[in-house]
Design a protein around this ligand. Structure first.
Ligand code: SF4
Ligand code: SF4
Length: 131
């Protein structure tokens, strides 16, 4: 499985969204499973798993329509020069990609990041990038 992020704009019709998304790619039915959905300032942010045999570029093309943005899993980075290690972002990250150690220093574990972008708005210093 690979993770794809989809951002549906605020004016998107969310009524058709189901836990499993079925799409037709080159005549083949593909099931993508939503593993996380979060409302952010940009709209509804979905993280979906797609089977590894699926061409992710084709999948992304299908979902990059009608104002929606789809992209491959992105990773978090923190600008250390701006971060004041307040820990606000760690509360937003349910995947454990952002944490404070025993010295209250911020630890960034990119392996755990799903690219969900929930932490961006939590940062008072605007020093988190997810791309
Ligand atoms: S993008 Fe999501 S998973 Fe990655 S650090 Fe931020 S909140 Fe955690
Ligand atoms: S919210 Fe921003 S400033 Fe605070 S610890 Fe996280 S990255 Fe650093």
């Amino acid at each position: 499985m690979r993770k794809i992020n989809i951002i549906l704009p605020r004016d998107y019709d969310y009524n058709g969204i189901k836990p499993k998304i079925s799409v037709s790619l080159k005549g083949e039915k593909v099931i993508a499973t939503i593993i996380r959905s979060t409302f952010t300032s940009e709209g509804l942010h979905l993280v979906v798993n797609i089977p590894k045999e699926v061409d992710d570029k084709e999948f992304i093309k299908i979902f990059s329509q009608d104002g929606a943005i789809a992209y491959k899993r992105a990773l978090v980075t923190v600008d250390e020069n701006e971060c004041i290690e307040c820990g606000q972002c760690t509360a937003m990250c349910v995947y454990g990609a952002l944490d404070l150690d025993e010295n209250f220093s911020l630890i960034v574990n990119q392996d755990n990041c799903t690219g969900c972008r929930s932490c961006i708005d939590a940062c008072v210093r605007r020093c988190i990038t997810v791309q």
